[in-house]
Ligand binder design. Sequence first.
Ligand code: NAD
Length: 341
Amino acid sequence: MSSRKAGKPAVKTAVKTAAKPAVKPAAKAGAKALQKKPIDLKSQEKPEPKPASAPARVKRPNGAVKVGVVGCAGRMGQMLLKMLINAPGIVVVGGTERRGSVALGQDLGALAGADPLGISVGDDPSMLFETSDVVVDFTNPTATVQHAQMAARTGCGLVIGTTGFDNDQLNSLLRAAQRAPIVVAANMSLGINLLQQVVEEIARILDPDWDIEIVEMHHRAKIDAPSGTALALGEAAARGRGQSLRRISRRSRDGQVGPRVKGEIGFAALRGGDVVGDHTVIFAADGERVEITHRASSREIFARGAVKSVLWAAGKKPGLYSMRDVLGFSVQAPQASTTTS
Ligand code: NAD
């Protein structure tokens, strides 16, 4: 993998030093979602010092943020590259793919359908973490955990869009976030993050006689179900009811399942075609029903959120952050949407 000279950004744009987030880093509340293996989050309040070998990542006022993309040939990777290449205040310094990928050696610009950048796709993420201020990751949970460890080692920021983590993997992300700023969001679109707020509020207002069901549909290639976004919406609803989703979620129904259990939150996952992502939260009572739907018709909405997260994360203190932190939503009980995914 080749990379541009770190000190000579191609784009000269003022990069604001991000202000303190309006809400606390989600790491503290994130542990609540990980009840099986609680983490001593006190240690996150006093993050360990960076290793001596970590490169300095102090932002110069007029310096562009150096960004790397892992999984750069994927559906989201390519969309993201295209947007990052054109984003003011950002310079793309490299991209990686898994070993054996046909994209290895291709020019990053060409991969994104843009002019050649003179940087080819590599397979050495550790080099990318050394040379970037922030790396963006839309790959798979196993690869993302390895990337988070590299972020912890180098202090490089990491924006994670990958979904489908299990609890052990989430714990790994939390540990890595003690040494690097990490933004994790199962859905980076503004609309879905607003929807989460609204769902939490509605669930808070309605009494438990209102049944909550969440239906999602995605393209045929999606590998995890229910989607991270559906789970994040479920967490928002559970939070509104003062409950833990883990205790009240109903992930599937098949056969003689008996009547619905009062208070549970049900999920249904549909797969087919090229659907980018549809989510509907249904509040159903006797005689009436409220349905709120978000439909994503383009991956651009996720890439836009990821670019926003990159600019926000650059120069931040270590911690696990959510899209709410990035968007500056003020919430009463911040909680990581990390079970998502
Ligand atoms: P994809 O399969 O098209 O892309 C994943 C890419 O990662 C592939 O090109 C693959 O070769 C690459 N990869 C795998 N292992 C790697 C490794 N070790 N190093 C480097 N690259 C590696 O999938 P996609 O549709 O782009 O989605 C990727 C992830 O992002 C999924 O988990 C998906 O659910 C999630 N996603 C999140 C959001 C969001 O807003 N957070 C939006 C869309 C998709």
